[in-house]
Ligand binder design. Sequence first.
Ligand code: NAD
Length: 445
Amino acid sequence: MQITVIGCGYVGLVTATCFAEMGNRVSCVDTSTQRINALQRGEAPIFEPGIEALITTNLRAGRLAFSTDTAGACSRAEVIFIAVGTPSAADGSADISQIVAVASELGRTLDQPAIVVCKSTAPVGTACRVQSVLDHQCQRRQVAWQHRVVSNPEFLKEGAAIDDFMRPDRVVLGTDDADAERVMRALYEPFVRNHDRILCMSRRAAEMTKYAANTFLATRISFINEIASLCEQLGVDVEEVRKGIGSDQRIGHHFIYAGCGYGGSCFPKDIRAMLQMAAQYDMPMPILHSVEARNQQQKTWPLRMLKRELGNLHGRTLAIWGLAFKPGTDDIRDAPSLVLLDALLAGGSSVQAFDPAASDNIAQRYPEAVKEGQLKLLQDPYAALNNADALVLLTEWKQFRQPDFHLVAQRLRTPLVIDGRNQYDPQTMASLGLRHVGVGRQVAP
Ligand code: NAD
């Protein structure tokens, strides 16, 4: 099939490369010339395991092309995916202006009927809005055909995005148009060969499914974080409780790890968007309000623990391992690391940090602190520990799971480890002379 993907971010690039890998011809468009130039050279502008190899292979095979020219890239497309950003507006609602702008451009320039797919996460009613924008332009241009708009939310996880896209748990298609459904089913068929995992529903239900999924996962995280806080007070180890409840098949082990809060480009903004959708109907959503409030509080946990253990942090040097909002990505949007860095840098501490992928993004966010040497972004995790008063673990990259604790103890000025992802065993740490503070765990005496 001839496909165009508009937006070369995490979702657009993965969508485009995976469809190309299945043999489709895919054109990708982005407004960022810098991004497109890099992609044309076969360089991925984002960190996502496996993406660069897919780009290179499919570029060479002639199945993938990158451009800044939307009209040109769409001129022969049967299916056009919109995968642009839907950031939070000032009031917390999802800002769909990028989607509407793309829809207007498509309506003005498309010279053939196409299936236009909303891949971005967007509030209930957005696909209908895109349909009316396109219909309006078709009427204005007095063309005989109509575009068909499908909602097809994306469920990939950054860090495992290619695998998620290639082997989806399910593909949600929101459409009541039989022909659009047939084409979309055919497009996704290679990805769901083993089991029929395609769920077809109304456009509004598809949009709501995405928000309900993300807010439910966020709810599980805030729930276990709340339990962890009580565990801390009661002298209970939340890790034992986690295993105890996770083994119940109705609960399962996913998304019940206590930690220093969720971040990323999706959960925080999607909760805010859901709350705004409800606010339009004067409908309170106390559960989701609490999920968000608990997460805000949880992101301050590392700072609170540092203060509890070290007192005044002014003039202290702190080491941080992990800056990305989760392992496997360079994405720092709404990451817990930002809350800690903001507070430490404003409070006069020095920070020595290491992250395998996110340091460039952090450097762009804190240029002054980097320039003045208050924030050092290091290439070696152990170099970050030199003369530091504590190590704070914020992202559970695999390489942090079994570090050389002897070296950790040797390099730190104070043998304190604030374990924001519950990666380490308190007893083992104690035996090595390291004071370990975990989330909802007991500090060994
Ligand atoms: P992103 O910010 O990484 O990428 C968006 C891209 O769209 C940018 O490169 C931007 O330059 C481009 N763009 C904006 N306007 C454009 C236009 N008019 N024409 C062409 N390109 C344009 O965003 P993302 O993380 O890929 O997310 C995209 C959408 O998918 C969001 O709605 C998000 O909520 C949703 N989503 C994201 C994830 C994730 O893990 N990142 C997962 C599922 C769903």
